[in-house]
Design a protein around this ligand. Structure first.
Ligand code: ZN
Length: 349
């Protein structure tokens, strides 16, 4: 254990068993050698940042970011080990918000009130062949907790709060037509023994726990956050190198989602589908985020490609490299933006 870490709280004492050379920095952030890509003291400079208040980490050398559960996962710790560790440190994770620069995740609204044990995911630890066939890399699927509910024939996606704590599971039927509806697991979890379990998935972004620490820990310009409609589109953008992508899980934005983007404060690039519903959503979200720097991904012409996962890497680089301003977008798609003042959306689905 690093000498520096000995006088610190339980969160750092856990982190220091994996992260070599942890040294205290500013604002609850500790810097150390990245255990994921195997940095060694004396051989490389430390590029791993860990926040003791939130348990969130970020590797500046490109390993990504996330909460403590994801770090342990990346280090190949067992689910039961992760659950034991999280049970021990969770009470210390929410910061008393007395600091000037308080992490937004200490506010409570972005933290689940019903944490689920990581070991549930053991049930779904299969690689969805449907997505592998569609060109997704296995490593990307595993890193993003995409699995299979074999019993019910569904591809599973996992919702986490900003600390990275498991909060919910969504299943999509593997029907050949692809038209199956997403299902938020509530009854399924109650049947597994989680009494009174409920979740409002509209209070979450998919992947926000991975995007947030990277943007928050970075002192200089962190670049934009990309906002996609569905899981598949989001995952495709991630695979093409746009790590800071989240999914709305629909075509509308909830109040909690809006609050998250506003508090994050970085540029937003809207990457919704290029169909009627995606455009209506883009128009409304653009309006609601009008105080922010918002642009829209530029779909190639002619418009044969309807969603981000229809585009290849070159097309995506082009579409995101030169995004449209909201004004340009409204000019192109004026029929979808008839200056409506959309009624504020609640968090109800
Ligand atoms: Zn790393």
């Amino acid at each position: 254990m690093a000498a520096q870490a000995q006088n610190s709280g339980p969160v750092i004492s856990v982190a220091s068993t994996f992260v070599a050379g942890l040294r205290q920095g500013a604002g609850g952030n500790w810097i150390g050698f990245c255990p994921i890509h195997g940095e060694e003291p004396g051989r490389s400079s430390p590029s791993f940042s860990f926040n003791e208040e939130t348990g969130q980490w970020h590797c500046f050398a490109g390993c990504g970011a996330g909460g403590l559960p994801q770090l342990l996962k990346r280090l190949k710790k067992s689910d039961s080990y992760i659950d034991r560790t999280m049970e021990r440190v969770r009470p210390f994770l929410v910061a008393p918000s007395q600091k000037k620069r308080t992490s937004i995740s200490s506010g409570g609204i972005f933290i689940t009130s019903y944490p689920l044990p990581e070991k549930i995911l053991g049930l779904f630890e299969y690689v969805p062949s449907e997505l592998v066939d569609a060109g997704f890399k296995e490593t990307v699927l595993v890193d993003n907790d995409v699995g299979v509910d074999v019993e019910r024939g569904r591809t599973t996606y996992v919702l986490r709060d900003l600390h990275g704590t498991l909060a919910g599971i969504i299943g999509k039927p593997n029907d050949p037509g692809g038209g199956g509806k997403y299902r938020v697991y509530e009854r399924e979890l109650v049947e597994m023994g989680f009494k009174n379990y409920h979740i409002n998935n509209r209070r979450f972004f998919w992947r926000w726990e991975k995007v947030y620490p990277g943007i928050y820990h970075r002192q200089e310009d962190p670049g934009p956050i990309y906002v996609a409609e569905g899981y598949k589109a989001c995952l495709w953008l991630v695979q093409q190198g746009y790590y800071n992508t989240v999914a709305l899980m629909g075509t509308s934005m909830s109040d909690t989602q809006q609050m998250f983007l506003e508090r994050l404060g970085t540029n937003v690039v809207l990457c919704l589908d290029n169909d009627r519903w995606g455009r209506i959503g883009t128009s409304k979200i653009g309006y609601r985020l009008r105080g922010m720097d918002v642009t829209v991904m530029r779909y190639p012409c002619p418009e044969l490609k309807l969603q981000p996962d229809d585009l290849n890497k070159t097309e995506i680089d082009e579409a995101l490299g030169r995004p449209l301003t909201m004004r340009q977008w409204r000019h192109l798609y004026h029929e979808y933006s008839t200056c409506e003042r959309p009624a504020p959306l609640g968090d109800q689905p």
